[in-house]
Structure formats: structure tokens, C-alpha cells
Design a protein around this ligand. Sequence first.
Ligand code: ATP
Ligand code: MG
Length: 401
Amino acid sequence: MTVTSPPSPILPGATIGFLGGGQLGRMTAFAARSMGYDIHVLDPEASCATRPVASRTITAPFNDVAAAIELASQCDVVTLEIEQIHPDVLDAVASRTALRPGRDPVYIIQDRIRQKQWLKAQGFPLGNFVAAQQASDVADAVRSFGPCIAKSTHGGYDGRGQVRLSEPEQGDGAWSALGSRECLVEQKVDIHYELSVLVARSPSGAVAVYPPSRNHHTSGVLTWAVVPAVISDDMTSRAQTLARNVAERIGIVGLLAVECFVTTGGELLVNELAPRPHNTYHHSERGLATSQFEQLVRAICDLPLGSTELFAPSAIANLLGDVWLQDTAPDMSYALQVPGSRVHLYGKAGARAGRKMGHLSAVGDTAQDALGRVLDCYRRLSPGTIASFDVHEPVLSHISS
Ligand code: ATP
Ligand code: MG
């Protein structure tokens, strides 16, 4: 079959297909709708979060080649909001329409070991890791590195598919907890703080790099993110250069989020990559000239990339299902009295502990102000869950240091 490239740019009126219909697809679809595009989505869940924003939903798993071909046949460009798409599906879509990002970066990123080995081969800075082929490899890693985190190669997110271990004797348990199959074992990094940098790249190679976001996780799940990151100019430029280099080397078209650790020794390390919109840049909708969602649409449609200029310090706090499982219902009216705050819900039925249901955002005069507001908003919404949030006043002063 002869593959013809679509005319570039892909203009409003065209149809964008999404592999994956979770909240990232939903928010990107809102942005695309605002710009005049039609949306089709493929997701295993019939009632996925993107469904209300799409004119067509195909319910199928991410390894269903026939369903993916059906999606591709009606779309001018197909993108993805989750990296766990079967390579056969990526190939099938790419042979019929523009797939952005393309197969190669997604293939590298979707396997944690392949991703780490690729980053290492390219010379990007990483913590120590091994690819464990058997339980004894996990134990050996702890013997040589000290405390470690074992991670499944596929499908982990929000800290799932990970086991923390500090003694070699825990190797067998970690190996079986991860399904007794090949896994990644990383040395536990001595983290001073966490950053991410989002990069957008268009088919013609134009690049836009976002200001770094400062991020806080609790038990492996993002709790809040704020921009600006309140870091030195030197760290800003090191992180942006690193992210840009990774995006160009891997040949992303669309978005690439580079999650980083800054160690207590001041080293900047890559944690992991995501070839799609990222939870740590939800504040881009509030405080930056171009939201990550609009930017993805611009990039995949080969429109000029938007400015990444900071208009207002902004922060987000995630709303997990736990908020709805309290004795008292979340008090939206009280929470939204906080100036500059907004609530973003993903329309998911069925709150479960740890499930991302939405987020809060706030803008402020400074990063501390924006973060203080969003946390105040969170406390008002759900005073009962703030304890597990692991964020207290010292965090606010910490980011000013
Ligand atoms: P997400 O979907 O939120 O990106 P994930 O499930 O892909 O998360 P990681 O990014 O690997 O998981 O880890 C989540 C968090 O756990 C990190 O942001 C960090 O706080 C902590 N973490 C992960 N790996 C390490 C490590 N090697 N050393 C120290 N902390 C780590
Ligand atoms: Mg991560």
C-alpha cells in the first residue's frame, strides 16, 4: 500500500484520533474542540473520560489492530495519551494516517528497561539501575546499591507496579509481587526535589520548551505541581537543555515530558519520559501562554507552536478518589471561595482510593502564593484527606529556598 503524507498543516475542520480516552485525552480534546477540530477516540472503557468530547468512540483494547485501523481510516492525524499501545497497533495506524508521536519514540518509552537503556546509551544522566532477569538479580541490586525500587517493565503508573525494598532478603517477594518476570531495579535516589520539563516538537522540527515545573509526590503519586519552579537560573537552563536534547534525540513529534530528580548532591538525573501531556503540566492551562493541551494539537497538526511564556504563577493539586470516600462530601462551594482557584473534574464514575478523579488549580502572585492557594482550596474541599497528602507549611517555605 502506498502511504501518502497528509497535507501539512492539518487545519481546523479535520479529525484528530486519540489512542486512549482518559483525562489527558479529554483535556486535549477540549482544547482541540475549541480550535475547531473533530475528535474520535479509541479506549477499552466504553464510558471513558474523553467520550463526551468525542463524536465517535471505539471501544476496544490497545492491542486490537482492526479497531485501530477503523480509527485511523477516519482521522487526519492520530495521537495518544497513554504509551501502553501495542506496537502492531502503532504500525497499523502509521501505515494509514499520520501517527504523532511516531512508533519509534513510543516503542522505546513504553518499556521501562528499554527506555532506561536507551537513555544510558545516549549518555543522558541517570541513577543506577539493572534489568533483573531473576529474583536473585533483585537481591544482588540491593546488595550493591542499598535501598532500591523495583518496577514492572510495562503498565505501571502513579507508583503502581513498584516495590520498594531495603534488604536483599526482600528480593524474592519483590520479584513475585511484580509477576515473576523481567523487571527494572533502580537505586533509590537521594532526592532533594523533583522537576519536570515539557517539550513540544512539530513535524518540521520546531521546538518549544516549557519552564520547569516543581513537583511533589506522595507514595509515588503526584500530589502537587507548581510553576515557576523557584530554582536557580543555572538549574533552569540545565533542565531545559537536557529535556530539549532528549526530545530531539528521540525524535518526538507532539509532547515529551522529562521527569527529573535533583539529588541532595545537586545532580540532575532523568527519572522517566512520557510522550504525551503530563499531570505535572496541568497548570499550563492557567498560568502559561499556551496550555499543554493546545500545544499538543498545534504540534501534531503542524501549526506554529505557541509561546511557553509564564503569564502567572500557577499550581495544581490532584484530587484522588479518596476525597469522595470520606464521611463528608467534598465541599466545592467552600473550596472555590479561594481567589484564583478552579476545579477540574474528569467525569469519571466510581471513585476508588488512589484513582485520579480531577485536580484543583490556582494562580497567584508568586509560586508560593499559587501553591498556598491551591492547598488551601484542597483543605477546604477535603479536610479529612490532607493528612495523607504529606504537604505542610514547610513545603511552602522549602520552595522559596
Ligand atoms: P507517574 O505515572 O506519576 O509518572 P510512575 O508510576 O511512572 O509515576 P515513577 O515516575 O517511576 O512512577 O515514580 C513515581 C515517583 O516515585 C517519582 O516521581 C519519585 O517521587 C519516586 N521514585 C521513583 N523512582 C525513584 C528512585 N529511583 N529513587 C527515589 N524515588 C523514586
Ligand atoms: Mg513518573
